[in-house]
Write a new protein. Structure first.
Length: 173
């Protein structure tokens, strides 16, 4: 990984711990006192974090793909379409995180199972999306660059997921 990419990835990951602390740092009495206000604030913070992540992700991919002008002209619109679909899939992940944060102290077995299934469905949907887009990207860029893009996308998503999961407390049995 080049120094420029490392810096971009560090910047990307540095945004995540703040949002995790904001989701899980308040004690129960504070959460109960201002749940509606905190929910709106949390939604705003998550939306802002996601926009920043998308910007950094684009920079990491651009720095590594080394696209020709013609390839870039074809690649970026497909990337935007792919990324838009990925964001829609990830909405379910962020909704599950917010639901877990809201119900952490009173989480039932049924809720825990549903949230677990939701997470697995997100993973499956992302894998299906990547499968769908391989031939689409291959029409715009060479196969090796498609493979490189998929590697970069997976790495960035895995790093984001690692940061997110590190900030989410384990379910109490």
């Amino acid at each position: 990984m080049t120094m420029q990419v490392r810096i971009a990835v560090v910047m990307l990951l540095s945004m995540l711990p703040l949002s995790n602390r904001l989701l899980f740092s308040q004690d129960s009495s504070q959460q109960a006192a201002s749940a509606d206000q905190n929910q709106a604030l949390t939604d705003q913070q998550i939306d802002l974090m996601r926009k920043d992540i998308q910007s950094q992700k684009r920079q990491v991919i651009a720095a590594n793909m080394k696209l020709t002008d013609k390839e870039a002209e074809q690649f970026w619109p497909i990337f935007d379409q792919y990324n838009g679909e990925l964001i829609q899939i990830n909405n379910k992940k962020y909704a599950a995180i917010k639901e877990f944060a809201r119900s952490y102290d009173s989480l039932t077995g049924e809720q825990a199972e549903k949230l677990t299934r939701d997470g697995l469905e997100v993973d499956q949907a992302v894998a299906q999306l990547r499968q769908k887009y391989i031939p689409i990207f291959n029409k715009a860029i060479p196969g090796k660059k498609t493979a490189l893009f998929m590697q970069l996308d997976r790495r960035v998503v895995m790093m984001i997921d690692l940061q997110l999961s590190a900030g989410i407390p384990l379910v109490e049995p």
